[in-house]
Design a protein around this ligand. Sequence first.
Ligand code: NAD
Length: 284
Amino acid sequence: MSVNKMAVVGCGTMGSGIIQVAAQTGIEVVGIETNEAAAERALNRINAGLDATLKRGKITEEQAAKAREVFSITTDLGAVASSDIVVEAVFEDVALKNDILGRIDKLVGPNTFIASNTSTIPLVILAAATTRPERVVGLHFFNPVPAMKLVEVIKTPVTSEADVTAMVELAQRMGKSPVVVNDVPGFVGNLLITPYLNDAIRALERGVAPMESIDEVMMLGFNHPMGPFRLADLIGLDIVHDMGASIYEETRDPKYFPPIMLKQYVRLGWLGRKTGRGFYHYDV
Ligand code: NAD
């Protein structure tokens, strides 16, 4: 089944990026947000994203203009109804995602795919919130979506090979390099990156070195494009926290348990780049 119409529920950091890339691909896409102010922010973010991609020479003026024509943002969840695929990208909260997926399930046709961009929540938990578990898959885009090539395509024990192929083809059409992964907490990327970020924060808590030095070691010594503190700020500290908490919940492996400093920053609303303050300060 080919995907020509997409809906994205939750148009924050990830949802906006997914909408931008889908629109650039020529897929008709509608984004759904909670209120007018959030919808306006999403609209501005997507237009700014298209401007930036155009400026970098990755798309032509014509492609950017076409992309702006095929996407829209609304606050009406009912807009998902005619989609071939609905991509859920709300906060990393099981109860919220289950509620949304249950509502989407009632609004779309029986063949519509419901994909989640979850970082860590097992897809089978989300699939169980719907009447179509075999059509619920993970499409795990990476941040920033327009720039990052990887999409983890998460299959569960009830996903058919044909549906895996359809998701791989969709990701490729969107210019991405999909990797098919089984439904384990954290998949591959976050299974490996979460303990690394937690260890960096614990090293800072123990006074091993200032965060700038820890970042420098990982950049100069291991050729990482950015160190763990810049990376955590880019991902969003609430997301880093929730990824660890969610994988810990499933595995009880202490290396995933969120460090105290991370918990404090999240409670203070220091969520990284998106709020102007995380480990570092940013202009917003
Ligand atoms: P975000 O906080 O930037 O955006 C979430 C958006 O969801 C907000 O704009 C919020 O208003 C909206 N939302 C909340 N409830 C909603 C509802 N009922 N209906 C419609 N919209 C609703 O978060 P994000 O960083 O974009 O993360 C979204 C998902 O993607 C999470 O599951 C996260 O784990 C995952 N993810 C994040 C990253 C990352 O680096 N930030 C990377 C990969 C995957």
